[in-house]
Design a binder for this molecule. Structure first.
Ligand code: ME8
Length: 526
């Protein structure tokens, strides 16, 4: 429960189908949301971060059947043994975890649709057409791709099924004009721009009503006015964002959380979030979210990696080798949020080695070792800053500016990239200033110069620990401790905006060269 009075910055991930254990694909959205929300917390804002699991529908039901279990037993097991534990593996701090089989969710979903039914937005009809269970989506014939003469889903490449049944429809087409007005008046509602254009074109081409129930299977929430049918999995799942926020149960909590500030989604589920979801909310007289942001896909060998394909990689395979911080850094920095990106073991190893082990890790160990060697581990008082130190302080100010603005655009890659660039600048500064040579000059001037260089380098690292904390919390905590920065306060209490203030590390702070922040990967425990 949020224990604060003002509106929280409310971020959601999709809720994931419990068909298998999580892959690095589903973990991608969750990590990116975690970097985003940790950054906002580091700004001092109240934040609420929701994730969870989508447990109804044919896709999950068939996975359970294939494993000879009831869907409930299957999801209970997998959620507890895989979906919740993966959050630790990738070091995510979510405020809440929702399961669509939670009774409170089920009740609120029924209540929502009962209202729309009573208001005349739901009618009885008959649906006939192609359906992809992989997407849990009705498809248009025109969308299908033909493989060996069979109509297949363009995303899954598997044959679609034909559904022909009497069911209920949501009169979504009534909301087409209001949706177009929403996209028009609030250009930020769907982002990035390419996603917005796609959605606008889709609704302009004519919006059809939506079949919202199924009668041929029963793993779902019962239609409240007709128990022979279950609600279509998507119109149950989308409601998680409001049921988790207290919709219909806790008005105060709901007022503090809703509308969500951003729904993070993969581009595969953009239309559900940018068309169906706001149409449902408009029909119910609820506010629409502030933004739906569609990111790209992780590709392996040029194809979308998914739980159902052999290309799926479990996050712990990578975190075991590289550690959770390097994992988070790699995905956050190397893939532009909003575009597709390719993962390869070789690329990840190269980034780890050059940017983390040889970059940040080496810098931290050089600086702390030199303070140990030349000043007995106590941070020396700097003389007046020279041009190089002033340039460093200015580079820091620019970094904070750039990174903070990038976060507002949800360009997490630019934010992490700006801080990484600052690390390179500091590394360059140390290399150019050659403190190991200055140390040979034992005159008072030489000592003063050495003190200034090491102070500036350590002070830069203090800021790096704050600015990289949202992406690499464990490393930054270790760095904070090795800089003796506890004297400045807790790392989590440091604010993005004030991190640029130069001269915060107190003279005399105890620096220790701890274990390597990023051990060589071949040395990492397998
Ligand atoms: O669609 N690259 O669940 P889902 C990037 N239950 N992101 C990926 C990815 C990849 N290769 N693979 C998965 C559902 N994702 C519904 C959502 S929300 C009300 C219901 C991420 O398990 C991405 O965010 O198929 C994608 O949208 C989501 O996982 C789909 O997860």
């Amino acid at each position: 429960m949020p224990h604060f009075a003002e509106k929280a910055y409310y971020v959601t991930t999709p809720i994931y189908y419990v068909t298998a254990a999580p892959s690095i694909g589903s973990a991608y959205t969750t990590v990116m949301g975690d970097v985003l929300t940790r950054w906002h917390r580091q700004r001092g804002e109240k934040v609420w971060y929701l994730t969870g699991t989508d447990e109804h529908g044919q896709k999950v039901m068939r996975a359970a059947e294939a494993n000879c279990q009831t869907p409930q037993a299957w999801t209970d097991h997998l959620v507890e043994t895989a979906w919740k534990p993966v959050l630790d593996t990738i070091d995510v701090v979510n405020d809440q975890f929702i399961r669509t089989t939670d009774p409170e969710h089920t009740e609120r979903v029924q209540e929502f649709w009962r209202r729309l039914h009573e208001a005349g937005d739901v009618y009885e009809g008959r649906y006939e057409g192609p359906y992809c269970v992989g997407c849990e989506e009705f498809k248009l014939l025109a969308e299908l791709v033909t493989v060996d003469g069979v109509g297949c889903c363009p995303i899954h490449g598997t044959p679609v099924e034909t559904v022909s049944e009497a069911n209920y429809f949501f009169a979504m087409s009534r909301y087409a004009d209001r949706l177009l007005e929403l996209y028009e008046t609030r250009p930020d509602f769907v982002q990035p721009e390419s996603a917005r254009n796609e959605v606008v074109a889709f609704v302009r081409s004519g919006l059809e009503d939506l079949s919202i129930s199924r009668s041929s299977f029963d793993w779902g929430i019962k239609v409240p006015w007709d128990e022979s049918q279950v609600l279509y999995v998507w119109i149950d799942a989308l409601l998680n964002y409001v049921t988790a926020a207290g919709y219909g149960t806790d008005p105060e909590r709901f007022a503090r959380l809703w509308p969500a500030d951003v729904h993070l989604v993969g581009k595969d589920i953009l239309r559900f979030h940018a068309v169906i979801w706001p149409a449902m909310l408009l029909a119910a007289g609820l506010e629409v979210p502030r933004q739906v942001f569609a990111h790209g896909w992780l590709l392996v060998g040029g194809e979308k990696m998914s739980k159902s394909k052999a290309t799926a990689i479990a996050p712990e395979v990578l975190t075991r080798h590289f550690g959770s911080d390097a994992y988070r850094y790699y995905f956050a920095k190397t893939i532009a949020f909003g575009s597709d990106g390719s993962f390869s073991w070789e690329h990840m190893t190269a980034v780890y080695t050059s940017e983390l082990a040889n970059g940040l890790g080496n810098l931290a160990s050089r600086v702390t070792a030199m303070v140990g060697k030349y000043f007995d581990g106590h941070l020396p008082a700097p003389a007046a800053d020279g041009a190089a130190e002033k340039a460093l302080a200015e580079a820091l100010a620019t970094t904070v500016e750039t990174a903070d603005a990038a976060i507002d655009r949800l360009a997490m890659h630019d934010a992490v990239g700006a801080v990484a660039e600052f690390v390179s600048t500091v590394n360059g500064y140390v290399t150019e200033q050659e403190p190991w040579k200055v140390a040979k000059d034992t005159s008072a001037e030489g000592r003063a110069r050495l003190a200034s260089i090491l102070y500036a380098a350590a002070e830069s690292l203090r800021a790096v620990a704050v600015l990289h904390n949202p992406v690499m919390p464990k490393t930054c905590q270790a760095l904070w401790a090795s800089l003796g920065a506890g004297a400045v306060g807790e790392l989590s209490a440091q604010r993005v905006q004030t991190s640029r203030r130069w001269g915060q590390l107190p003279v005399g702070a105890t620096l220790t060269k701890g274990p390597l922040l990023f051990p060589r990967v071949e040395e990492a425990a397998e």
